[in-house]
Design a protein around this ligand. Structure first.
Ligand code: PLP
Length: 405
């Protein structure tokens, strides 16, 4: 029989959040062990219930949502998305024609990269990043070029580093704000600096804002499109995090700014939207329910709220571990602690994650899984109850105190 290999297109495609360690976790669970899975930002498995209104409206839609919809998505949902952005001061005008719904933001990232990139085109992506951006750039034949986010400056992107990486093949810049995995919320100064660079070099701006309402303390999220209304900007968002219905697979993308020069690319987006026929139609009705209904995330991120408390305990407990430091996350659902290489000599952070899983039954993701170069960071999901997180981080500390590679 002829051997079937994976295609060469997948050579540089990595997604370690659901990588090899997850298989080992499944094996441990099958053997009867309980594994604390802190690898995915999936609110549902940590007792976050789907808002009742969304569930109710989605169920109500099912009997009549059995046909394909328009490829971009149902008009009522696209209009609800337009209204959401009309409420944000300074957000440029959005036409419903420029709104695309997707089976999660993930599908829209894939579509965008496939429509945009030719072999060797370069995309600037943060390091660390949410790795789907890098993976889909590679799959689409592009070259991911990582710019550094500065841990000593609240993980804000380093503007000089961005500038130094621009070539005549650079087509777009990706911004993830609030950031996964660091929890950073970018300052106005940083965003203006990025917009200046994009202006100078005619870059397409791709702004992933899926955590825009998950903010702590006095953090303020500034949508990139408000900073760069004069640039072609694609803003990504969806229901997985703020509305806690990740399993419904429902996201959107809005296009703002000048379009005349980008007709070919936009035609490509429309073409790919047609080839996927349409996103799951009942989940499009969930968008309508979410955006026109009561939003309850505010209570969870408030100082008395569950997400706030969990962020606090994670950050405090991590910083208590000798040789571990963590920048306080200002948003999103993660912490990205650093293991001081002088104290913890880690050569292979994937092995560290594997060994921690086997010894403690706790599943984290290694920093290199987020396209961070050095094996000196881990990502922890801050979704479990504070007590569970506190205990898990204490066990991580005990484990690290005697761990050697
Ligand atoms: N973008 C970021 C920054 C994410 O963290 C995630 C999921 O964790 C996604 C996109 C994908 O979201 P969706 O569930 O909408 O596909």
């Amino acid at each position: 029989m002829r051997t079937l290999d994976q295609s060469s297109k997948l050579k540089n495609v990595l997604y370690e959040i659901r990588g090899a360690a997850l298989d080992e976790a499944a094996r441990l669970e099958a053997a009867g062990h309980t594994v604390l899975k802190l690898n995915t930002g999936n609110p549902a498995i940590f007792g976050f219930e789907a808002p009742y209104q969304i569930v109710r409206d989605m169920i109500a839609a099912v009997p009549t949502a059995h046909g394909y919809s328009e490829s971009r998505g149902i008009l009522a949902a696209r209009r609800a998305i337009v209204s959401r952005y009309e409420e944000i001061p300074g957000f440029p005008h959005v036409d419903p024609e420029n709104v695309f719904l997707g089976n999660g933001v993930s599908e829209l990232i894939t579509m965008t990269m496939q429509a945009l990139l030719d072999e060797g085109d370069e995309v600037l992506i943060p390091a660390p990043d949410y790795p789907l951006w890098t993976a889909m750039t590679s799959l689409s034949g592009g070259t991911p070029v990582h710019y550094v986010c500065d841990e000593n400056n609240g993980w804000n992107p380093d503007l000089e580093d961005i500038r130094s990486r621009i070539t005549d093949r650079t087509k777009a810049i990706v911004i993830i704000n609030p950031n996964n995995p660091t929890g950073a919320v970018y300052s106005r100064e940083t965003l203006e600096g990025i917009a200046d660079i994009a202006r100078e070099h005619s870059l397409l701006v791709l702004s992933d804002e899926i955590y825009d309402r998950i903010l702590f303390d006095d953090a303020v999220h500034i949508p990139m499109a408000t900073i760069a209304p004069d640039l072609l900007c694609l803003t990504f968002n969806g229901l997985s995090k703020t509305y806690r219905v990740a399993g419904y697979r429902s996201g959107w993308m809005v296009i703002t700014g000048p379009q005349k020069h980008a007709q070919g690319f936009l035609h490509g987006i429309n073409l790919l939207a047609s080839t996927r026929l349409c996103p799951n139609v009942p989940a499009q009705h969930a968008v309508l329910a979410a955006l026109t209904g009561v939003q309850t995330i505010d209570q969870l991120v408030a100082p008395s709220g569950r997400l706030h408390e969990q962020r606090d305990i994670t950050w405090e407990k991590l910083n208590e571990i000798p040789g571990v430091s963590c920048v306080k996350p200002q948003g999103a659902l993660y912490a990205f602690p650093r293991l001081d290489p002088e104290v913890h000599e880690i050569r292979d952070d994937a092995k560290l994650v594997y060994d921690l899983l086997v010894a403690e039954r706790i599943l984290l993701v290694q920093g290199t899984g987020f396209n961070w170069d050095a094996p000196d960071h881990l990502r922890i999901v801050t979704l479990p109850e504070a007590r569970v997180l506190g205990e898990a981080i204490e066990r991580l500390g005990n484990f690290l105190s005697s761990y050697k590679q």
